[in-house]
Write a protein of this length. Structure first.
Ligand code: NAP
Length: 334
């Protein structure tokens, strides 16, 4: 039998009773396993996605009576900013005065057809990056003192730049390039959030991103033509292929492990810090992404300030600078 994520991550003895977690995209795949795990550890889990039946099944599994965890499902389409706002409102209510303890920004996908959302933004970029950015911004004031924000990125982030002009168009659309760009945005977002929280927030909230592994057995390849999608799903049965529980382990580790309570602005894979791409570490690009994301959504820039600590050339506070990654014994991947 495959191990549970909490056992792989070595956090099976941690208890989250009284804690509230939002796991976006938890009707399926990596998010579903993350939600089930946090529920097993005793948390109240807000299960999110668009598929209400699948969401209900996850809620039932969390509440099956074996563990103390509780759950509720909130439906929200991440291509629609109003639905993302409603998810934030529901989360605020569920978290109550204690605040939200864990925000797992996991929802996302690979989309074959190029299209624009109602905001005029390329769909993959909007769903995979802009929506979690909007959600996080909406929940910033509602995070608990020691909350952790974990964002599901990917090794697919390597090899691309975030061309912020191109995100307003689907001319020459390439589904893979669009996916790569959105995952690079996830790494940059998590690093910029970590730094801004460090500099402009009194709480000890952390932000990290991670690569879950290549997991064909999740719903990730559902948008491939029928037969290919079925073949991808069948690969899950092969022993050497990463499973959704294995993919969820690093999310669970970053969300729960005591030894990473103060780690922020980092990128992880296989439970270890890993050097992300040069583009991902570009502080100017991180800042531009942050500012442009607010503009695209028509919202005030979250955690805005004088920006003095984010100027190029200044020492990094908790980010993913080369020196920082080297300090934790990480070997550059490039
Ligand atoms: N699988 C891999 O190999 C792999 C590798 C690296 C990174 N990742 C990342 O892992 C994350 C989870 O993917 P997965 O592999 O677990 O795939 P999955 O099984 O397809 O799960 C995707 C989740 O995102 C939700 N979602 C997708 N589009 C949405 C939208 N427009 N609005 C709201 N929710 C939406 C889905 O919910 P509904 O179906 O209910 O809408 C589902 O719960 C993604 O961010 C993906 O980029 C996956």
């Amino acid at each position: 039998m495959r191990e549970h994520p909490e056992d792989i991550a070595g956090v099976g003895d941690e208890r989250l009773v009284g804690r509230t977690a939002l796991v976006t995209g938890s009707t399926s795949g990596i998010g579903r396993e993350t939600a089930l795990t946090l529920g097993r550890l005793g948390a109240h889990v807000i299960v999110h996605g668009r598929d209400a039946d699948a969401g209900g099944e996850v809620v039932d599994a969390v509440e099956d009576g074996v563990n103390e965890g509780t759950a509720e499902f909130v439906r929200a389409d991440f291509a629609d900013p109003e639905e993302v706002s409603r998810l934030a409102d529901r989360t605020r209510t569920a978290a109550g005065d204690g605040g939200l303890d864990l925000l797992i920004n996991n929802a996302g996908g690979y989309f074959r057809e190029g299209r624009l959302t109602d905001l005029g933004v390329e769909y993959t970029f909007h769903v995979n990056h802009l929506a979690p950015y909007q959600l996080t911004a909406a929940l910033l004031d509602d995070l608990a003192e020691d909350a952790r924000v974990v964002t599901t990125a990917s090794e697919a982030h390597r090899g691309d730049q975030v061309d912020l002009e191109a995100v307003r168009s689907v001319d020459g659309y390439s589904s893979w390039r669009a996916y790569q760009r959105s995952k690079l945005a996830n790494v940059q977002f998590a690093a910029e959030l970590g730094r801004r929280l460090d500099e402009r927030d009194d709480r000890s909230v952390t932000s990290n991103s991670f690569h879950p592994g290549a997991i064909p057995g999740s719903g990730f390849l559902r948008d491939l033509p029928g037969p290919l999608s079925r073949v991808a799903g069948a690969l899950d049965r092969l022993p050497f292929v990463t499973s959704p529980p294995e993919g969820a382990a690093t999310a669970v580790y970053l969300a729960v492990a005591p030894e990473v309570a103060d780690v922020t602005g980092r990128y992880y894979a296989d439970l270890r810090p890993k050097q992300p791409s040069t583009a991902a570490r570009d502080r100017h690009a991180q800042r531009r992404l942050w500012e442009t994301s607010a503009e695209l959504l028509g919202i005030d820039e979250p955690l805005a300030g004088d920006g003095s600590g984010t100027e190029e050339g200044r020492p990094e506070a908790g980010g993913v600078a080369d020196a920082d990654a080297t300090a934790v014994g990480d070997e550059p991947a490039e």
